[in-house]
Design a protein around this ligand. Structure first.
Ligand SMILES: Nc1ncnc2c1ncn2[C@@H]1O[C@H](COP(=O)(O)OP(=O)(O)O)[C@@H](O)[C@H]1O
Ligand SMILES: [Mg+2]
Length: 324
């Protein structure tokens, strides 16, 4: 029987409650069925991220020559949440360019068989300039035009611009219920970004959750992306995700403001993105994080003094990016 990592059990049950517990209970059987279906056997210990089980696998003996013939792979099974629907669609568009290859997918079970690369992530690299430069170059590589969709086909990748009205409503509600959290001009700048940049966006493929733990060491390219949400929109959105996540590693820098702005400059240059546009998306992300932290805490700390420290830091990040 496939052992499900404790960390995945805990985070899924904490976040999803009873449906999460029910899915965890089914997961060993589900994984075994998928392995059987794709003719694979386990080839190492399972790991996980925020939402999915990742199991190293290899083709079983007598496996018919298929796309995985002779190759090592990982089986990824994600919690069945709408946010995880388009992950295989994004992999299919990239076809291995800048991201791991998709070998097989099972839409109903939220499962994929993916090219296996090293489990080491960009988050293990200590040098801030290197982290943001690698992520920036990758972001540039992933920003490909949306593939044309023949008429009558089901809806393809969701558009980030469709989320703009919700972002605006949420920002206004947060600003009203938490009036002393952030200066009015900081919230106004985030609302202006939603208005100016989020409502109409280009039709480029956006990873949607680009942070250093979703960038893995590889051989056929030095780094490859995993775990995309898969949106169409402005690639500078990924700059916002990356920089707000990366900023946490700069928390103890001697000059935090300088370190943040330096990371912004290096990312924008490597991604070939307009610096101001990237700054504004990152500022919006930071403001959203500052409010969300007050409502729900952070992945690193849901409550207590560490949550308070991270909230103060998100506030500082929002400030630096507002004036930067
Ligand atoms: N294709 C892969 N090859 C090797 N390791 C992988 C692969 N995909 C994921 N992993 C490992 O599993 C971890 C979680 O994967 P990820 O797709 O980010 O899951 P989640 O959606 O749960 O965050 C990664 O950080 C990495 O260590
Ligand atoms: Mg992940």
């Amino acid at each position: 029987m496939i052992a499900i990592p404790d960390g995945l059990v805990r985070t899924t049950v904490d976040r999803e409650g009873a449906p999460g517990a029910a899915w965890i209970a089914e997961l060993p059987g589900l994984a075994a069925e998928l392995l059987e279906h794709w003719g694979c056997v386990p080839d190492g210990v399972a790991t996980h991220g925020g939402v999915g089980l990742v199991l190293p696998v290899r083709p079983g003996t007598g496996h018919p020559a298929g796309r995985t013939a002779g190759r090592t792979a990982v089986l990824k099974v994600s919690f069945p949440h709408p946010g995880n629907v388009h992950e295989p669609d994004a992999f299919a568009v990239w076809a291995g360019r800048g991201a791991v290859r998709l070998y097989e997918r099972d839409v109903e079970r939220f499962a994929m068989l993916l090219e296996r690369v090293s489990p080491a992530t960009l988050a293990e690299v200590r040098d801030s300039d290197e982290v943001v430069t690698v992520a920036g170059r990758l972001s540039r590589r992933l920003a490909v035009p949306a593939p044309p969709r023949p008429p009558g086909c089901p809806p393809g990748l969701p558009r980030l611009s469709d989320r703009a009205p919700d972002w605006e409503t949420r920002l206004r509600a947060d600003a009203a219920s938490l009036p002393h959290a952030l200066p009015a001009r900081t919230v106004a700048a985030a609302l202006a970004t939603v208005r100016d940049l989020a409502r109409a966006q280009p039709d480029l493929l956006v990873h949607g959750d680009l942070h250093a733990r979703n960038i893995l060491r590889a051989e056929r390219e030095p780094w490859l992306a995993v775990d995309p949400k898969g949106y169409l929109g402005d690639p500078a959105y990924d700059g916002g995700t990356l920089l707000t996540a990366h900023a946490l590693t700069l928390l103890d820098a001697a000059d935090v403001r300088r370190a943040i702005l330096r990371a912004l400059d290096a990312f924008a240059e490597a991604a070939e993105l307009d610096r101001e546009r990237t700054r504004r998306w990152a500022q919006l992300h930071a403001v959203q994080a500052a409010f969300r932290g007050r409502r729900h805490g952070f992945r690193r700390a849901r409550s207590g003094p560490e949550r308070d420290r991270l909230t103060r830091y998100a506030d500082q990040l929002a400030e630096v990016l507002t004036s930067g």
